[in-house]
Write a protein that binds this ligand. Structure first.
Ligand SMILES: Nc1ncnc2c1ncn2[C@@H]1O[C@H](COP(=O)(O)OP(=O)(O)OP(=O)(O)O)[C@@H](O)[C@H]1O
Length: 576
């Protein structure tokens, strides 16, 4: 019932739990005093009200009010802390996992855990844990006080109290299983929802939206069923707890009244026991109602801990890329990698990206080109062989240093909602307007941006108000502003208009004069000017050399080039 791992993680917030228990206990003591004063007033009836009794009653009521408020505040502080600390831990963990985090967990799951999951834990930590301790303290305190009135009635009440935790424990095992299932179905639904939302246009194009909507209906139905099961379980166990709580209080009252009739206790004592009998059970009853939310929180915490405990590469990442004079040189040697541990998608890949060189990777779709880019960006881990950047093992270089020195421009570079300036400043936070305009000019986008309001031009989410070519040129301008030593272009010109492609390719060729450029392209016309071209087939380098050397070889590269040229010529003729 207590997650020690979670309590340890939130060690600094423990004090708020202690404050909450103390103030709840102070409220109980004032409640006992209030009942004591009222019981004595009733017992003395019809005698007139004593002025001092009224003052004492008002003072006790004030103390109770203040204690209740302070207990709520402590609970609130604990809740706030748990949210803050856990979200910070999740965020830090993601940073430590680095850009390869989604090899281990889906983004939608991270979002669900950091939002809904953490919210559920708020109740567990802010309410359930303090209530657990308080509901042990309260009956003992009441027993200690009421034993002076009637040991028999107080003992009966105390004995009935454990019936509530017994019923809680009885449902706990079943609840745990059910709630784990609930979370599993919930995160699956989240995954599907996010994927379908992101792919909505594609679904519409292929008229597959109805089919997907049907699948989501089924998943939603499964989620509804499991939610109903959780609610039924909660309602049933709440009813059982009510029977235990009110049944126990009634038993104590009956004993007190019978003690009164046999003359063992006076009227004031009887009223006190009758008024306070329910207080024995209410804390545990409340614990029971928090219990279900807390159980949900505990199930969420299991998943949060799965994330927090995820394997991180056990290197200290202390190496720094030294870029003083020699620029950046990447050396890949005998690199092999498999995503599933069975099929190698890369096998014994070796090549060098020397400073100021222009290297291209070509090959049919699925031959492993993007995987190499992923490895260089540290998005893909768990490979064998050696990858060094200026002589340092890439595994020992921090993600931040890699991101600083290597820029990846892919075919779907992310552009954010905001202004053109906001997006460009991600490349270089210190860039002046002139520098940004110059970068836009290099990609032939300055006039368009100028006509739309200049650098303050507003972009929609994912820059949906730009054409594919404009988006890519803007992404290119942002990359140019970053001014890193190495640039990787992964199909950066695919799916865009021919003018934009030619424009981007001329910028890449220009860039290759001063920077190290790795170009991944399925269109061989783009790689003709490269210093070295590596042709991959099924994860293996089958040919390498300059364009002239490879065409002279008359092997796979030459065939591919010839076929593409024929196809492009045919297309041109068809257009004419
Ligand atoms: N995340 C992944 N999990 C499992 N397998 C993957 C993953 N990403 C890629 N693969 C597999 O690895 C192989 C190489 O993929 P990769 O994306 O590197 O190829 P590529 O040459 O860049 O292809 P394309 O030109 O189509 O982009 C493919 O067979 C692909 O199915």
């Amino acid at each position: 019932m207590i997650k020690t791992k979670l309590i340890k993680l939130l060690a600094d917030s423990k004090k708020y739990i202690a404050y909450n228990i103390f103030w709840q206990w102070a409220a109980l003591i004032s409640q006992i005093i209030i009942v004591y004063i009222i019981a004595n007033i009733i017992a003395k009836l019809p005698a007139p009200l004593n002025y001092m009794d009224v003052v004492k009653l008002l003072a006790a009521l004030a103390v109770r009010f203040v204690s209740d408020r302070l207990a709520s505040m402590a609970s609130y502080r604990a809740s706030i802390d748990v949210k803050r600390v856990l979200r910070e831990k999740i965020f830090d963990k993601l940073l430590r996992l680095g850009s390869s985090y989604n090899e281990q967990i889906a983004t939608s799951q991270v979002v669900q855990l950091a939002t809904e999951g953490v919210e559920q834990l708020e109740t567990y930590f802010g309410k359930y844990i303090p209530q657990l301790f308080y509901s042990l303290l309260a009956p003992v305190t009441l027993f200690a006080v009421l034993a002076f009135v009637s040991v028999k009635a107080a003992a009966v009440l105390l004995i009935c109290v454990p019936l509530i935790p017994v019923s809680i424990v009885a449902v706990q095992k079943f609840a745990k299983k059910l709630l784990n299932k609930y979370w599993g179905i919930y995160t699956e639904l989240g995954d599907s929802f996010l994927e379908n939302l992101q792919g909505l246009t594609t679904l519409k194009i292929y008229k597959a939206d109805e089919m997907k909507a049907g699948q989501m209906d089924e998943e939603a139905q499964r989620f509804r069923n499991v939610t109903m099961k959780v609610l039924t379980m909660q309602l049933n166990s709440t009813s059982v707890m009510d029977i235990m709580a009110y049944g126990g209080a009634a038993t104590g009252m009956v004993v007190a009244v019978s003690e009164y009739y046999t003359g063992n206790i006076d009227a004031a004592g009887t009223v006190m026991i009758v008024f306070l009998a329910a207080e024995f059970f209410l804390p545990l009853r409340l614990l029971g109602s928090f219990f279900h939310i807390a159980m949900n929180g505990m199930a969420a915490s299991d998943r949060i801990f799965e994330l927090l405990d995820m394997h991180e590469d056990d290197n200290s990442e202390t190496a720094v890329i030294n870029v003083a004079d020699e620029g950046i040189e990447i050396d890949i040697s005998n690199l092999s990698f498999s995503y599933d541990g069975e099929r190698n998608v890369l096998e014994n890949i070796s090549f060098e990206l020397k400073n100021g060189s222009f290297v291209s990777l070509v090959g049919e779709s699925g031959c492993g080109k993007s995987t190499i880019a992923g490895i260089l960006m540290k998005r893909v881990t768990g490979w064998k062989g050696s990858v060094t950047v200026n002589g340092q093992d890439i595994r020992n270089i921090s993600d931040i240093d890699i991101m600083k020195n290597i820029t990846l421009v892919s075919h779907d570079s992310y552009l954010f909602k905001g202004t053109v300036r906001d997006n460009l400043m991600m490349g270089s936070p210190m860039a002046s307007d002139d520098m940004m305009t110059a970068a836009l000019r290099r990609v032939n986008l300055a006039d368009f941006v100028e006509s739309e309001g200049g650098l303050d031009m507003q972009l929609n989410e994912r820059a949906s108000n730009l054409s594919g070519g404009q988006k890519q040129r803007l992404a290119m301008a942002r990359a140019l502003l970053k001014d890193s030593g190495v640039y990787i272009f992964d199909e950066a010109t695919s799916n865009i208009d021919i003018e934009s492609e030619e424009m981007i390719m001329s910028v890449i060729r220009e860039l290759a004069k001063t920077k190290s450029v790795l170009l991944i392209s399925h269109r061989l016309a783009n790689v003709v000017n490269s210093d070295d071209i590596y042709m991959l087939k099924d994860g293996v380098i089958v040919e390498s050399g300059t364009h002239d050397e490879l065409t002279a070889n008359k092997k796979a590269y030459a065939d591919m080039y010839e076929n593409q040229m024929k196809l492009e010529k045919y297309k041109e003729e068809a257009v004419l």
